[in-house]
Design a protein around this ligand. Sequence first.
Ligand code: GDP
Length: 529
Amino acid sequence: MSTAAAPYLARRTFAIISHPDAGKTTLTEKLLLSGGAIRAAGQVRARGERRRARSDWMKIEQERGISVSSSVMTFERRGIIYNLLDTPGHEDFSEDTYRTLTAVDAAIMVIDAAKGIETQTRKLFEVCRLRDIPIITFVNKIDREGRHALEILDEIQEALALDVAPMTWPVGMGSDFFGVYDWKKNLFCTSNGERGGPYTQARPVSGLDDPILVDTVFDRILAELAENVELGAEGYAAFDRESFLEGHLTPVFFGSALRDYGVEDLLDFIAEHAPAPHAQPATGGRVIAPDEADVTGFVFKVQANMDPKHRDRIAFVRLCSGTFRRGMKLKHVRAGKTIAVSAPIFFFAEEREIAEEAYPGDVIGVPNHGQLRVGDTLTEGEEIHVTGLPAFAPEVLRRVRLSDTMRVKQMRQGLEDLAEEGLVQIFKPDLGSNWIVGVVGMLQLDVVIDRIKNEYATEIGFETVPYTTARWIECDDPLKLQKFIEANRMSVALDRDDKPVFLFKSTWEVNYVGEKNPDIRFRETREIV
Ligand code: GDP
């Protein structure tokens, strides 16, 4: 890569999507290992400075008691900066995952070779498709017995309505696993001898009749490989970058994260073909291009301080344009205020550092006292909001029960804070009674009880409500909307931004009320800003 090229062109910001247990954690570790998890030269100018920067951060961390899990992992490999954004594995936190996907330019979809496409994979895939995020498929665990390679390719093609382009082929699976064959580069990726052992070498071969293959691999496995290669050339799409970038085609790599097969293929592929930071849509039809001079960025995640004595949080900001420098004053558009970003943080696999400079595609952590929340936009003055961060209709609704009524204030503060983090949604019923919280999964409720207790010294519980789902209500005619709300006061609540929400008792009711009120829109998602 030319040194004159804009730094953002060397950024690759991506996430891994998968069903639990497919191997996301293992693959993440292996990607970090392959990348050496080291920061770019130039970013960290000298070792001394690096040490100072690190201790600066540690001081802040100690003073403020902030503890941040590895939500972003940045590493450099061969001149490319990879920003891997972690998505929570548990299905109950999928909302967080969806938002994180608004901050990436590509995704790796990990599939278990024995299980194929699973429910969570499909859901997350749909989110990527909605946003036209290019997907790279990694068929994992081929060192175990799995489905036939062609069967897996067909399943991806059919289940996701996507062209598949096989990039590599497994050489046997399970007890007959010899390695991976790269049919484009004519490489046999294999172990150092022992069959099925960890990947150690990519051996150049002249073709499938090369003695290296013929002498090591069982005849029937080689015959199957030959058949796959032949069918693969005829029956599937050839890799086409344009089609991949548009989200119509997914390149498929076979591998074993556990035994290191296919991991470097992914990094090489991302470096060569995955997109550099994309242009970001914003309000007023504005599209923020990464090569614009002024800095813009948006918060896609907020993480609270783990120390109950402090109220500090980290807002994860994805930069969309400009060159960010430490100490910059940025406009916090929603609040109409200017904030000085004096201690921005870069996240690496095992450490954090003060970010002196950052480019589009990079993610910086901005410590704050709760001003910044998910969906917020930071600019050098322009009055725009980045669009496309959804809030989802909750699937679980509960009324908050407070045993000590003297602590209403603390409870409300706590719930509002957690809502700002994006952990829960709050709905304030029009008619007096206690707030209702909405979550996407039950596990979130336990987290809320726990955190309100530890961080706000307030014991709360939840009781069931007759409602099963909620929809944001909108209407082009404000008068009509007002009339509708008044006629349905028992069922209408306001969300944390005072947007009206209709609480429904059943999906039947959603349809019924919808049909009766054709002028009102009942939305399952709403843009956060
Ligand atoms: P996650 O839930 O998607 O993060 O999955 P993990 O990375 O935790 O993996 C789930 C299980 O599958 C663990 O026991 C891993 O050791 C195992 N696993 C992951 N990758 C492979 C692989 O390539 N081959 C085999 N045999 N096991 C694997």
